[in-house]
Design a protein around this ligand. Structure first.
Ligand code: BES
Ligand code: ZN
Length: 591
């Protein structure tokens, strides 16, 4: 046995899937996908083949000649799910598995019509990263392996389906529509993605389009109108965009992340629709994954920083190219706060604050934090500053060319760095970054006059420092966010009222600002904001917002009661991942 990914039963000594043919029938009544999955192997195979499954009911497995293939299931592991062992007869080139998913598959969220904008039709979306593809398709669910895929997805007639693939036709049936997709580029299974709902699209450029429910699609088209410029800037930095189209889907508000880099179809939270294009950094991030991530990704969750750290770095290079150095510096400063919060949450000496993690027995969703993102990106900046930007950019181009469509480990990355830029890793003391907890002393610092003025003003709050109305009016959303982030977490009712009034915070469409404000208000037991807190927590499922808001509500008995009441009412509408995160936050409240 050669198991190398602690989160997959995939075995290097066995056959390797290189292509998937999927027939998926989406049934909203039973909240199940009836699936047929054909696994096509790289070479004719025989003997045992271990697949990852979780909550799947397998009804039959057959070989290419229609022959029955014997299979065996093992006891379920709470994190990995169930090992499904097929016994392949000699010379098997492909197998067909008939199965259906479970209504509580964590990789899927089934929304009732009330949870959508239009309120008329149900909605379904997937979220496979890190290890949830196995709740939708039986597969070798490790980032180490890549597959191409063809899919035929049958949905109720008024609805549409989109996937992380190119659309290749529609077949009208009796009361149904079948959407065809092809993904010719090899992807790890965590990038499989599907969404079904009442969807419309608007073209933003010849290669970019945004999808959303009809009621949101115009707003989405306006918000993301600059996408082509962003793609062109990114191409200037990282080379040609290799995925043909860059389409985006704006999901219903229960989507648990800000964005997900599903190739050819980035998934986005509707909380990005601020009405002023102020949150497009998330799009820059997901777009950047087209290079740092989808072209070269982490071999396993233990090397997640390679994926997200490089992408945060790339995102800020894109922002710098579009909005200038000052804007990028603000991004770094805002990220610094997120990093500090994650370190505080795990504890400064927690092994989860290392970049190279060891996650055997640990659910990748529980290890998730801003650390691989922000600590990882800081290591990339340190490397960049050490060799100089020109040399770094040349190295990166080389790196992406060398590892295109591969999935690599931290150790492989550093071996390549050593070969191309010898001595660099030692110069930055990379070992400390990778294998020691917390943030090393040589971490790059990001400074600007603006930054210093904003933080000094915020940190002077208790001594009576206040921005003038002209200052407030002159700040852009990132500047305001940074200011709010540096305010004390607990303010008097009078100060809360003044703050809200000065910035118009409760009326903000920018959810970064709204949630930062509500987090202060919640932690300050500020009753006039409770209605808004309840509204946001009942509507929005983005974990980045739920965690701090519910956390802040832990401050007093009254706010804890409020949190429990909101959660009891809202949790049936949350994605399973969000529900788990919030339950964990509430568990830590004092009894
Ligand atoms: N790939 C991530 C989201 C993710 C990570 C989903 C791990 C599941 C497991 C995505 O690219 C991401 O990082 N999204 C961020 C955007 C931010 C860093 C700009 C988010 O959702 O907040
Ligand atoms: Zn990312």
């Amino acid at each position: 046995m050669a198991l190398v990914d602690p989160h997959s039963y995939a075995d290097d000594a066995q056959a390797r899937t290189k292509h998937l043919r999927l027939h998926l029938a989406v049934d909203f009544a039973t909240k199940r996908i009836e699936g047929r999955a054909v696994l096509v192997f790289a070479e004719p195979a025989s003997g045992p083949l271990d697949l990852d499954t979780k909550g799947l009911t397998i009804s039959a497995v057959t070989g290419s000649a229609g022959n029955e293939v014997l299979f065996e299931t093992f006891p379920e592991d709470p994190i990995l799910g169930t090992r499904l062992r097929l016994k392949l007869p000699a010379g098997t080139t492909e197998v067909l598995l008939r199965y259906h998913t479970s209504p509580d598959a964590i990789g899927l969220q089934w929304l009732d019509p009330e949870q959508t904008e239009g309120k008329k039709h149900p909605y379904l979306f997937s979220q496979c990263q890190a290890i949830h593809a196995r709740t939708i398709v039986p597969c070798q669910d490790t980032a180490r392996f890549r597959v191409t895929y063809h899919a035929e997805v049958t949905v109720p007639a008024p609805l549409s389906a989109v996937m992380s693939a190119g659309p290749s036709g529609t077949i009208e049936g009796k009361g149904t529509r079948t959407f065809l997709f092809d993904m010719p580029q090899p992807i790890p299974t965590y990038l499989l993605a599907l969404a079904v709902g009442e969807l419309e699209s608007r073209d933003l450029s010849p290669r970019a389009r945004v999808w959303a429910e009809p009621a949101t699609v115009e707003k989405a088209a306006w918000e993301f109108a600059g996408i082509e410029e962003m793609i062109v800037k990114a191409e200037g930095l990282f080379g040609p965009y290799d995925w043909d189209r860059y389409d985006m889907l704006v999901l219903p508000p229960s989507f648990p992340y800000g964005g997900m880099e599903n190739p050819r179809m980035t998934f986005l939270t509707p909380t990005l629709l601020a009405g002023d294009r102020s949150l497009v950094d998330v799009v820059a991030h997901e777009l950047a994954h087209s290079w740092t991530g989808n072209l070269v990704t982490n071999a396993t969750a233990e090397h997640f920083w390679l994926n997200e750290g490089f992408t945060v770095w790339a995102e800020r290079r894109i922002l710098e190219a579009i909005h200038g150095e000052e804007a990028a510096t603000l991004g770094w400063a805002i990220g610094q706060k997120a990093l500090e919060e994650s370190v505080a949450r795990f504890g400064a000496d927690s092994p989860l604050t290392k970049l190279r993690t060891h996650l055997s027995g640990i659910d990748p969703d529980d290890a998730f934090s801003s650390i691989p993102y922000e600590k990882g990106a800081r290591l990339v900046v340190l490397l960049e500053r050490t060799v100089g930007r020109a040399a770094w950019d040349a190295f990166l181009a080389d790196y992406m060319k060398h590892f295109r469509f591969q999935s690599i480990t931290t150790e492989e990355f550093f071996a390549f760095l050593e070969e191309k830029l010898p001595g660099t890793a030692a110069k930055v003391n990379a070992d400390a970054w990778l294998h020691e907890a917390g943030l090393p002393a040589n971490a790059p610092v990001f400074r600007s006059e603006k930054l210093e003025a904003l933080t000094a003003l915020a940190e002077g709050w208790e001594k009576g420092a206040r921005p003038t109305n002209e200052q407030v009016a002159g700040w852009n959303p990132s500047e305001t966010l940074l200011y709010l982030q540096h305010l004390p977490r607990k303010l008097s009712a009078g100060d809360c009222a003044a703050l809200d009034a000065a910035f118009g915070l409760s009326g903000k469409g920018n959810h970064e600002l709204l949630v930062e404000w509500l987090t202060i208000a919640a932690g300050s037991d500020y009753e006039p904001a409770f209605g808004k807190v309840r509204e946001v927590l009942s509507r929005v499922g983005r974990m980045k917002y739920l965690r701090p808001l519910y956390g802040a509500l832990g401050a007093t008995e009254r706010t804890r009661a409020l949190a429990r009441e909101i959660f009891a009412a809202a949790s049936p509408t949350y994605h399973g991942l969000s529900r788990r995160v919030v339950a964990g936050v509430l568990e830590k409240y004092p009894a």
